[in-house]
Design a protein. Structure first.
Length: 65
């Protein structure tokens, strides 16, 4: 039987260590945490979208409600 390939650390590429999974060491885990906390991993957002994902129509000029 063929052994499954070992997964690698997403930070440095070394083999994962079970204790720090999915990383190889505490250092790589801390590097990843720092990236999250400093905003490196951010989801881009457009300010024009409403919470439900639809765009609000601009107010029509000359019409009073």
């Amino acid at each position: 039987m063929t052994e499954a390939p070992k997964k690698t650390c997403p930070i440095c590429g070394k083999p994962q260590e079970q204790t720090f999974r999915p990383f190889c060491s505490r250092r790589c885990a801390d590097v990843d945490l720092n990236r999250w906390l400093s905003g490196v991993y951010a989801v881009p957002v457009t300010e024009d979208d409403d919470e439900d994902g639809t765009r609000e129509s601009p107010p029509e000029h000359g019409r009073e409600h």
